[in-house]
Design a protein around this ligand. Sequence first.
Ligand SMILES: C[S@@+](CC[C@H](N)C(=O)[O-])C[C@H]1O[C@@H](n2cnc3c(N)ncnc32)[C@H](O)[C@@H]1O
Length: 338
Amino acid sequence: MTHEELRTRLRQQAQGALSLNIAYIGVVDALFETLHELGAATAAQLAKAAAMDPGYVARWCDAAYAFGYLEAEGETFGLSETGRAMRPSLPGTLMPVAVQSVLSAHMAERAAALMRSGERPGEQVLAERETVLPWFGPMLEANFAATFENTICPAIPAFAEVDARGGLAVDLGCGNGWYLRALARRCPTLRGLGIDGFEPNIEHARRLARQQGLEQRLRFVQGDIHELRLDEPADLIAMNRALHHVWEKDPAALFGWLRDNLKPGGFAVVWEPAWTDDRQALREPARRNMAFQNLTEHVQGNHFLRPDEIVQAFESAGMPAQATLFAQGTEAVIVARR
Ligand SMILES: C[S@@+](CC[C@H](N)C(=O)[O-])C[C@H]1O[C@@H](n2cnc3c(N)ncnc32)[C@H](O)[C@@H]1O
């Protein structure tokens, strides 16, 4: 490629990022949802209905039209197919792509500065953007809940056993609680306890459980995974994208805790991005995002784990374990039994 061709290519890629930036605003300020409800509206009508500033909304409408999220007839706007696909309430919504894009830009800027000192400030960096923060839970749920219910549950026999056993499922680092809600819908005799270190997640999880009529069976409490005491042993202890957050402190103590807090025959099920030491594999489109995210995990004091490391950690704690890979080998579910 010539230098000019490279420039053209990179500018096209930059337009992709700009497009997602515009979509992000439409997501977090409910402009897509509001315009969907209105059907068709001028910028001023949209601003009023969404309770946003009309000057900003007028500019956003022009930009969202430019990037194909809106159609226009005179001064009246409506959602295009892509705009409809960004609505957070739509099953299979494309909202996570936009949220992830803006979060990534924020984390890249932080990593660029932090690299100079080597400081690793922790997860608080994720909370620095007030409009991003409420979207973590919905982003993770939209990204992973359907994969869990449609692909992982049917492929992992432990879940059929959990359905048959009922009892207590504990979700460590539960986020907005989507995983326990999914399990509770599958199994009417299961109770759930979700634990997360971040209080707004717990409030969010409680609210969603209440909305779905599951509050009698699902309890959510704030707590640190490193200092937990359960009132009773669990039939299932799950960690979804949470193990890498707590691994660096003392893995042997953590895996011993998992074993000691399960009933005999109970399962620990860990779901993690499947890191690889094969650098060439990181070039695969399905793994590139993971390579970027591992840099942002470093900012938070974490790093991604290889599935075999996790299996090894369970086996060192005396629990036989097995890893199953999903999504072209990029996602690993490790099941261990006490
Ligand atoms: C990537 S999120 C995953 C959330 C959820 N499991 C899901 O799949 O949507 C990691 C979660 O672990 C929580 N977490 C991290 N370290 C923790 C700790 N030491 N104790 C409790 N929760 C923690 C974070 O607050 C965050 O909600």
